[in-house]
Design a protein around this ligand. Sequence first.
Ligand code: GUN
Length: 292
Amino acid sequence: MSVTNGKELAKEIKENVKKKVYENYISKNRDVPCLVCIIVGDDKASKVYVNSKKKACEECGIKSLVYQLPADTTKEFLLDFLNKLNADKTVSGILVQLPLPEKLDKDRDEIINTILPSKDVDCLTHENLGRLFAGVGTIAPCTATGIIKILEHEKFDIDGKDAVVIGRSLLVGKSVSSLLQSKNATVTNCHSHTKNLKEKCQNADILIVAVGKPKMIKKDFVKDGAFVIDVGINRTENGLVGDVDFESVKDKCSYITPVPGGVGPLTVACLMENTLLLHEKAKENTKCVNLE
Ligand code: GUN
């Protein structure tokens, strides 16, 4: 069994982004990419995640701005704020950290879709998700991209494999299901209403778990030699644990991602890549044609 070191792989991805930012922007005195992260309210975990995004930006030479807005921020204020960032040519990517406070959550769709698709680094606008599901997207949600990078890094052949994805969020479950299908896996996307979950998991060559239930996946869910990817980050009395019971599963599978240090660091590294990609695209679109 091999434990994938997400931190190492994330480091390589960030090094690559840093090199490109230096060669194409810093050394040429051109504007560097700029990522804006917005947190509304006081969610502790969100603050930790956004801090790690800010730190990664610093490592890569990407400018980062973090706006911490109060929990009672109104929808109107937030939409107006997003429209200002949309109009600001120095901003390459905008991210509204989820979850939103309860009062704003009913307007989540409207809030996210106010972000211009060309600045939507999370790939969560309907336009960008539509492009992803049609197989013509430029970017994909960062966690979903990170999962595919883990499989590719381990040289695991996805083509023709049976994949089971537990969780149907746009950020992870639906997006990674789509990416796996585009790579010719046969995907079963399970969720809270799925019948016979254990039996379905037992058939999975690739098992991806993104539900937020500490250690719910035990040894008897896992096929011999499966690739197990744990997206869960659960804060318990015993510290951070994943959705997979690592100790019970580790000797049954061929690959497993740990928590912490597995998928998490890749989400952040892929966010750096998405920010650079959107910045490059924006620069391409504003190139002037010299008519002389
Ligand atoms: N909350 C947890 N993960 C994410 C993410 O990747 N993006 C955003 N916007 N919010 C999150």
